[in-house]
Design a protein around this ligand. Structure first.
Ligand code: HEC
Ligand code: HEC
Ligand code: HEC
Length: 109
């Protein structure tokens, strides 16, 4: 097994071991900036690292996401329709949108 593979597994296990409450936006995460007035939900965070250990860049770029922060008009309607995060967070490929999963994505302070 290559060192890179070992490191990827260590990273993945570390991330999985984190309790949800301890999640904070860290270096490399993308915090989605929300336009307009506060809407009672913390901004959504996309943990690039946690996804890069599982997927190649081409899994998302450019078909699902343009490779530029803020360039993708993500909304919950679009996610529910299977676009953007919803291409995978549909309850099958990855856990889906439900009232007990909102704060897995919306946790930026
Ligand atoms: C699971 C999906 C996914 C994968 C896999 C992925 N990305 Fe991204 N990437 C995103 C999302 C989501 C954004 C943020 C888009 C936005 O803000 O609208 C992003 C943004 C970016 C940006 C722009 C950052 C900025 O500050 O403008 C770059 C560069 C990038 N990705 C490179 C990569 C590279 C290189 C890989 C492979 C090593 C990769 N991405 C893998 C989803 C992914
Ligand atoms: C290409 C498929 C794919 C896309 C697109 C995708 N995800 Fe994920 N995501 C996954 C998978 C698979 C996991 C791991 C699921 C599991 O552990 O059950 C994951 C895990 C996560 C996690 C938990 C990370 C951790 O620390 O374990 C968060 C948060 C997350 N995704 C947010 C997002 C957001 C926000 C978007 C859209 C901007 C997005 N994802 C788009 C596949 C995807
Ligand atoms: C898989 C990740 C993910 C999950 C789960 C998720 N969201 Fe989102 N949500 C996003 C992203 C990404 C955006 C776009 C960026 C932003 O506005 O913060 C967004 C946007 C929003 C918005 C503003 C734009 C709009 O579409 O109205 C609201 C409000 C919102 N989410 C509420 C929720 C609620 C409530 C839940 C739980 C039922 C939830 N979200 C679950 C990722 C997620």
């Amino acid at each position: 097994m290559s060192l890179v593979k070992v490191l990827k597994i260590v990273l993945a296990v570390t991330l999985l071991a984190l309790p949800v409450e301890s999640l904070r936006a860290v270096l490399g995460d993308i915090v989605f900036q929300v336009e307009g007035e506060a809407r009672g939900t913390a901004a959504a965070v996309f943990p690039h690292w946690a996804h890069r250990v599982r997927y190649t860049c081409y899994a998302c770029h450019p078909a699902i996401f343009e490779m530029k922060a803020g360039a993708n008009p993500v909304t919950m309607d679009a996610i529910a329709a299977g676009q953007y995060c919803g291409a995978c967070h549909d309850g099958k490929t990855a856990w889906g949108v439900a009232f007990d999963t909102c704060n897995r994505c919306h946790f930026a302070e």
